[in-house]
Design a protein around this ligand. Sequence first.
Ligand code: ADP
Ligand code: MG
Length: 243
Amino acid sequence: AEELLRRTEKLSVVGELAAGFAHEIRNPLTTLKGFLQLIQLDADEKNMNYVKIMLNEIDRLEMITNEFMVVAKPQAVKYEMEDMEQMIESVTQFLQPQALLNNIEMINLVEGPLEKICCDPHQMRQVFINIYKNAMEAMPSGGMITTNLALNTNYMTISITDQGGGIPAELIPKLGEPFYTLKEKGTGLGLMVSKKIIETHGGELQIESETNVGTTMTIYLPIDSIYKGENKLLERQKEGEIV
Ligand code: ADP
Ligand code: MG
C-alpha cells in the first residue's frame, strides 16, 4: 500500500509539474523548428541529412509535450453530460482512414439503453484515441477492434478489445507509468494520460490481456446519478470550485 501511495504521489507530481514544463518547452521548440526549416531550404546534401535528423527529433519532443499537455491544468476543462455512444461513433469515424489503411475493422456494440455521462468531452475523446491507437499499433497486420458499451448498477463500462499480440502479465502493472514503452517510436505517455483522465472522472481503467490473443481495456465511468451524488463535479463546476 505504501508503494502504491508513493507511486500515486509520483504520478500526480509528474502530471502537474511536467504539464507546466511542457507548455514552456513548446514555444522554443516551435522557434527551433522554424529556423531549421529555413536552413533546410538551401542546405547542401550533407547538412540536409543533419537537418532532417534534427527535425525528426523535434517532432518527437513535440509528440511528448503534446501528450503531457492533455493533462495540463491551464487548459479549460468543462464537464458536460455526454452521450458516450455518440462519442465512440465519432472517434471511430475519425480513426476510420487509419484503420482502413491498416486492414482494421472497428465494430461498436451497445447493450441496452445507456445514460449520459458527466465528463470533459475533449479529455474523454483523448482517452479513446489513445486506447484505439494502441490497439491499432498492436495489430500491424490487421484485425478487429470491438467496442462494447454497457450500463451496470453504478458504472457505465466501455471495453475496447483488440486482436493484437497482447501484453505479458508481468508487464501489466508497469503500464501507466510515465515513459514506459515497448515501442521504438513510442512516448510511453498515452496510458498514463488516459488513466489520469479516467481517475479525475471518478472512474477506473482495467487492463486484461492474453499473449497472442489480444487485449481488452475496460473504462469504468460512474453514471450520472451516482457521480452527481458522490463527486458533485457538475455542481462544483457551477460553484466555480473547478475551472
Ligand atoms: P506508447 O504507445 O507510446 O508506447 P502507451 O502508454 O500508450 O505508450 O502504452 C505503453 C505500452 O503498453 C506500449 O508500448 C505497449 O507495449 C503496451 N500496450 C498498450 N496498449 C496495448 C495493446 N492494446 N496491446 C498490446 N500492448 C499494448
Ligand atoms: Mg500509445
